[in-house]
Design a protein around this ligand. Structure first.
Ligand code: SF4
Length: 329
């Protein structure tokens, strides 16, 4: 059964400073933080309509949850934890900054049924972290991951691809270091430069030059493949589609179907390997029905790509082909 979240946004709560890329109000479309009563109402309503609560977590996203005012944080956790347990939701997810994790906090989270902690890591390069005003270094991320694992929580890392001062080499090194850290999950967010952020100012002054869109897709596609290969689940690739993000977007790699574009790219690489092998002008492959649109490519981009090289692409669906694979016929 598919996992899902009851998402409750706590925008900018607990943030000690504003990171260069962040405009949480735009990303979450939420202006104010919820009260404990509101959290209870959201959970009660969601539980009533939830078909599979045992596969659903209550998720506090958006700010630095473990750095918000202590009594307020406890009030939110108390309200949510009433809805966790037998016949209710499976746990609580929170997202926070790596420098807002310590043993005391982890003990509190454990007492209130928190099951998963996602860290906004963004990069594991100290220069990139500093240039993007994160206020912590890579060592801080690594020790927070170790501590969270030691306490037995599920750990997730959020990565941002294409930040100010990042390079292709840095992104590849980030990928390698994330694999070494072995988080349970990863969210990959290619940079979206939003109005009102420090990145927007740097971009407008010409100081921040972004990768081109295709390079961002190539990096994220490679991360998808490599993380999954090492058993790290990629629960998000690309910012979720939103009208507010679209209206505040200045530059960057936002696309409502970003993950699909990356997955199409992965299939293109697999089909290219087959095409190179047979050296014919028609390539026939079979894929699992779940992968048919990825093999065709976003808006049939793979069909067009091969057609431009004089190769006709013929795709058949076969439920016996494992998902993610592509067999020559
Ligand atoms: S810590 Fe997270 S929520 Fe806070 S400003 Fe930075 S990116 Fe935004």
């Amino acid at each position: 059964m598919k996992h899902s979240n009851i998402s409750i946004f706590v925008p900018h709560s607990g943030c000690r400073q504003l990171c260069a890329f962040c405009n949480q109000k735009t990303i979450s479309s939420v202006e104010s933080a919820p009260t404990a009563d509101e959290v209870e109402k959201i959970c009660a309503k969601a539980l009533k309509h939830c078909k599979s609560p045992e596969n659903t977590e209550i998720a506090f996203f958006g700010g630095s949850f473990t750095a918000i005012e202590h009594d307020y944080m406890i009030s939110l956790l108390k309200a949510a934890s009433k809805y966790v347990g037998e016949g209710k939701f499976s746990g609580i997810r929170i997202s926070t900054r790596p420098d807002c994790i310590n043993e005391e906090i982890l003990s509190v989270l454990m007492a209130y049924n928190v099951s998963a902690i996602e860290l906004g890591a963004q990069s594991l390069d100290d220069n990139v972290l500093s240039a993007n005003l994160r206020g912590h270094n890579a060592e801080c991320i690594e020790s927070a991951v170790d501590m969270i694992k030691w306490y037995g929580f599920e750990v997730g890392l959020q990565l941002m691809v294409g930040l100010y001062k990042s390079t292709l080499e840095i992104e590849l090194e980030n990928m390698k270091r994330v694999i070494e850290l072995k988080p349970d999950t990863v969210r990959i967010y290619p940079v979206a430069v939003l109005k009102g952020t420090h990145l927007a100012q740097l971009y407008e002054k010409g100081e921040y030059k972004l990768f081109d869109f295709q390079t961002a897709v190539d990096i994220c596609a490679l991360m998808l493949v490599e993380f999954e290969k090492y058993g790290i689940k990629v629960i998000k690739c690309g910012l979720h589609a939103s009208e507010t993000v679209e209206s505040d977007l200045i530059a960057g790699f936002y696309h409502p179907a970003f993950r699909e574009i990356c997955e199409s790219r992965i299939f293109r690489t697999k089909i290219s390997a087959i095409a190179n092998d047979i050296k014919e002008n028609k390539v026939c492959i079979e894929v699992n029905p779940h992968d048919a649109s990825k093999a065709l490519g976003h808006l049939k981009s793979n069909v067009e790509y091969f057609a431009k090289q004089g190769i006709e692409l013929c795709i058949k669906q076969n439920g016996e082909v494992p998902q993610g694979e592509c067999h020559r016929i």
